[in-house]
Design a binder for this molecule. Structure first.
Ligand code: ATP
Ligand code: MG
Length: 140
């Protein structure tokens, strides 16, 4: 086991419904520390760069429109195996397939409006953290 950092985003459907605190409490209960956090509203261009891996997918425009529709909370979570642990706390992409007790099972509205984003590998975590935060903002 290794201490890792992962990039998390509390998405517009969740910030809009005032779920930031209850979602953060689930991260903390799982042993993930919030070592950086800020509330921002992305432009379409910024969201497009963040989700560039999905550029050719049919849902790309829907995804970037949604991610810019309201503020989001971007954050860095730190802990043992943080990348995988966060994905477990989040639950499956589609809330209909998410396990009981996961964030997406409890709060997601649909496959698109699924409340949280989490990095999926160490390489993507490093790139995604650097996209939103400078080293000075990461206070472990
Ligand atoms: P995320 O990257 O947000 O953590 P994920 O890794 O579980 O989610 P991805 O396959 O990377 O899932 O998809 C990125 C996001 O795009 C999903 O979380 C969801 O919001 C949206 N999305 C994925 N598939 C669809 C779809 N078929 N229709 C609409 N939106 C979708
Ligand atoms: Mg993903």
């Amino acid at each position: 086991m290794a201490t890792e950092r992962t990039l998390s985003i509390i998405k517009p459907d969740a910030t809009k419904r005032n779920l930031t605190g209850i979602i953060n409490s689930k991260f903390e209960a799982a042993g993930l520390r919030i070592v950086a956090q800020k509330r921002i509203q992305m432009t379409k261009a910024q969201a497009g760069v963040f989700y560039a891996v999905h550029k050719e997918r049919p849902f790309f425009d829907e995804l970037t429109t949604f991610m810019t529709s309201e503020p989001v909370v971007v954050q860095v979570l730190e802990g043992e195996d943080a990348i995988l642990k966060n994905r477990e706390v989040m639950g499956a992409t589609n809330p209909a397939e998410a396990a009981d007790g996961t964030i997406r099972k409890e709060f997601a509205l649909s496959l698109g409006e699924n409340s949280v984003h989490g990095s999926d590998a160490p390489e993507t975590a490093a790139v995604e953290i650097a996209y939103f935060f400078s080293g000075l903002e990461l206070v472990g």
